[in-house]
Design a protein around this ligand. Sequence first.
Ligand code: FES
Length: 106
Amino acid sequence: MTTVIFVEADGTRHEVPARNGRSLMQAAVQNAVPGIDADCGGQCLCATCHVILDEAWYARLGDPNPDEQEMLAPTPERTPTSRLSCQIQVTDALDGLVVQLPAFQM
Ligand code: FES
């Protein structure tokens, strides 16, 4: 089991288990992490699963695909290291991943 950490805008940390092969968004929803609404259920159609990575983790995961970039474009708190958590697949390599939750989604 992989462990990932979601950090709210106020600094509150949620360290949750994440099942390999599922998405980071699913780990957040299954563990009631606030701010990940996932309105489209992971279809890359809503951007309510926005998370912000630090530069090192962003580089390890790679750039978002064109559909993800299109959904992120109008997101108010988008940063150069923003991702949609539904498009990040959990693997052992993500163990210890820390992502920031945008204040706008809270
Ligand atoms: S859950 Fe809708 S884009 Fe990620």
